[in-house]
Design a protein around this ligand. Structure first.
Ligand SMILES: C=CC1=C(C)c2cc3[nH]c(cc4nc(cc5[nH]c(cc1n2)c(C)c5CCC(=O)O)C(CCC(=O)O)=C4C)c(C)c3C=C
Ligand SMILES: [Fe+2]
Ligand SMILES: [Fe+2]
Length: 323
């Protein structure tokens, strides 16, 4: 039953296919890769490449990768998102804050329009993109979709956006606790590798603050763990297309560390939930690269997901927007 609370919270993550099939992946990629925030090339150049090559070749390949991480609850990104929604709702209830939390995805389902509609009884809506570091390719796309929804409404709530939380003390604390807990259970490697999703270098040159924010997150986490410079590295993963992306690359660094016979702990601080890019690309592909190169021990530290410390951080981010 809909609760008529004065405040709504819309948690938003990237999106994921409805099923691990070629057809569903094609539908998802078509929506995602048509967004100019994600690929900003002229449509005259991009659409022939997208329709003629990418949407024919990529879906069957990527569907197989999704099959390797799919769960009984569906795509990990969506299943974890639902847990985060429930936990944040519970935390707000416990704090006697009358607010309704909805989960939405920028691409695919549940859509931002459906989430905003479900919160249409609210006087105020706090939109919280689940990206700690701002990027035009991710956070700004959420803003675009909310604005697109608003364009068709007679009545609007007060809408507040969270731009980023890359240096929020509770976010850094949650990451540090997660690493320490993992070390206690699995032992500690020689190097902590912090891998962030990449973007084309040109986006950063044009003013996207994403790399600076990633660097600050990484430094704050290293400081919280008392690591010296030789004990940690930050890299960028998930390169797509032919132009130059942010570096150093995760896979190349993994190969170098493997060549040196090191053991490595890997964390992906920019992902608030485990997904294809962490569970398949890091925990499967990069692990293989590292071990094949001669690496000793590979330990993947899961994303903050539904950790209590993560929900505490999200709660604090929301609370700051309530006053
Ligand atoms: C085409 C360019 C891409 C940019 C720029 C980009 C930026 C970016 N993405 C995330 C987070 C996620 N990306 C995910 C999947 C994914 N990303 C791209 C491309 C770009 N991302 C593609 C084509 C895909 C789909 C898979 C594939 O075909 O390889 C996901 C995982 C979704 C899931 O279902 O699990 C996330 C999360 C960030 C944070 C970011 C820039 C900061
Ligand atoms: Fe097109
Ligand atoms: Fe991506």
């Amino acid at each position: 039953m809909t609760q008529h609370t004065p405040v709504g919270v819309l948690l938003v993550n990237l999106g994921t296919p409805d099923a691990p099939t070629s057809k569903a992946v094609r539908t998802y990629l078509a929506e995602f890769l048509h967004d100019k925030r994600v690929v900003d090339l002229s449509r005259w150049i991009w659409c022939p490449v997208l329709h003629g090559v990418i949407l024919r070749v990529r879906p069957p390949k990527v569907a197989k990768l999704y099959q390797s991480i799919w769960t009984e609850q569906g795509s990990p990104l969506l299943a974890i998102g639902k847990q985060q929604q429930q936990s944040l709702q519970q935390k707000l209830n416990e704090a006697n804050i009358s607010a309704s939390v909805e989960l939405a995805m920028t691409y695919g389902n549940p859509s931002i329009a459906a989430g905003m509609q479900a919160l249409s009884h609210c006087k105020k809506v706090i939109v919280l993109p689940l990206y700690p570091q701002f990027s035009s390719a991710t956070t700004a796309s959420v803003f675009d979709r909310v604005a697109r929804f608003a364009k068709h409404q007679w009545v609007l709530p007060e809408i507040t956006f969270v731009r980023d939380y890359y240096d929020h003390p509770l976010y850094i604390k949650a990451l540090a606790e997660s690493v320490k807990n993992n070390w206690q259970t699995n032992g500690r490697g020689d190097v902590l590798l912090m891998s962030f999703h990449g973007i084309p270098k040109r986006y950063a040159t044009n003013g996207d603050p994403y790399p600076e924010q990633c660097e600050i997150t990484a430094k704050l986490l290293a400081e919280a763990l008392n690591l010296n410079d030789s004990e940690w590295k930050m890299t960028y993963q998930s390169i797509f297309g032919r132009e130059e992306w942010l570096s150093p690359f995760t896979d190349k660094t993994m190969e170098q560390l493997g060549n040196q016979g090191k053991s490595v702990d890997v964390i992906c601080p920019g992902f608030s939930a485990d997904c294809l890019e962490t569970l398949e690309e890091i925990e499967e592909e990069n692990k293989t690269t590292f071990l094949n190169a001669g690496g000793k021990n590979f330990n993947y530290i899961p994303c903050l997901n539904n950790d209590a410390a993560h929900i505490d951080a999200l709660f604090d981010v929301v609370k700051a927007k309530l006053d």
